[in-house]
Design a protein around this ligand. Structure first.
Ligand SMILES: [Zn+2]
Ligand SMILES: [Zn+2]
Length: 336
């Protein structure tokens, strides 16, 4: 089968023929239909995460959708022909404190698709049935691919926040994550404020369901947000320490800022600014398998499909380069 293989960090992926994965009794073999290209993939292939212990060579890609081609003897819930998705989390131990507390995405023994085990930049991918998700009817397999990472990342903190009807949710950054954050928060009934940088994404944000739009180029986003009464929840999806700092004053009483972007530079927080108003800063990492199934059903029921560019698998190096240059508009999906 054809695959795009990372043989050395910092080098282009090698498009080559590799043996098809062999399927164990608890696994399914999936014919790939779509694989989203996530910012994390760029970190991986560029070697930013080299000390995570990624075994080389590795096939990247953790936003995989496809159709089951083969199911192992012990697989009960899935059969050939079923539409499925494979996300980042491909194994959690079930025994550690995080797993026992229902936070399996924090399991230290976790196996990660396309990071520690082969992922979806390939015509076929193998995954344990227990960590493979059925894609509900009504979702297109190519456009649905980014739901498996970008979708779950924004959905989990919204779900955790409880009933958001009439509450103010600000989404800072309208890219691969943020555009889904706006759609999902709006579908949950929240009053959605999109925080953009420059006017280009104003119309898009409103089309996605934002009720108000703030342009952080005009004035600091948090100040504008505070004038509107402050947000109950801010989803920070833009990779910018400056945006993080700017958003904090935009939190309303008891408001929470959730960091969803891997911002690796230091940022300034004045602790007293959290004390008054009981504001919180939190992180959120993907979600549980239950979050994933709920998100997929929610997306199907509400007609929420990521906006994607489609590119053939063989052009993946160009896609990664365009991502490095910030030229992917929202999300790119590789097709076989
Ligand atoms: Zn991702
Ligand atoms: Zn565990």
């Amino acid at each position: 089968m054809k695959a795009a293989v990372c043989e050395a960090f910092g080098k282009p992926l090698v498009i080559k023929d590799v043996p098809e994965p062999s399927v164990g009794p608890d696994d399914v073999l999936i014919r790939m239909k779509g694989c989203g290209v996530c910012h994390s993939d760029l970190h991986l292939v560029d070697g930013d995460w080299a000390d995570w212990g990624t075994p080389l060579p590795i096939i990247p890609g953790h936003e995989v959708t496809g159709v089951v081609e083969k199911a192992g003897d012990q697989v009960t819930g899935l059969k050939p022909g079923d539409p499925v998705g494979v996300p980042w989390m491909q194994y959690a131990c079930g025994q550690c404190p995080a797993c026992r507390a229902g936070a399996e995405m924090l399991c230290p023994a976790q196996k990660s698709t396309g990071v520690t085990v082969h992922g979806g930049y390939a015509e076929r991918v193998k995954a344990p049935a227990a960590f493979t998700h059925r894609i509900p009817e009504g979702l297109d397999l190519v456009t649905a691919a980014p739901l498996l990472c970008a979708g779950i990342t924004v959905y989990s903190p919204l779900r955790r926040a409880g009933n958001l009807a009439g509450k103010t949710v600000a989404v800072a950054g309208i890219g691969g994550l943020g555009h889904l954050g706006v759609r999902i928060a709006a579908a949950m009934g929240a009053h959605v404020v999109a925080i953009i940088r420059g006017e280009e994404k104003d119309a898009l944000a409103r089309e996605l369901g934002a009720h108000e739009v703030i342009d952080s180029r005009k004035e600091k986003a948090g100040k504008q947000l505070a004038r509107k009464g402050g947000a109950d929840l801010i989803l920070l999806t833009g990779i910018s320490a400056k945006l993080f700092e700017e958003c904090i004053p935009g939190l309303g009483p008891n408001g929470t800022l959730v960091v969803l972007a891997a911002i690796a530079e230091p940022a300034k927080v004045i602790p007293a600014a959290l004390l008054t108003g009981q504001k919180r800063i939190a992180g959120s990492l993907i979600g549980t398998r239950d979050d994933m199934d709920a998100m997929l059903r929610f997306a199907a029921d509400h007609g929420i499909a990521p906006i994607v560019e489609r590119h053939p698998l063989g052009t993946v190096n160009d896609v990664l380069e365009r991502m490095r240059q910030g030229k992917i508009r929202l999300r790119a999906v590789l097709t076989p």
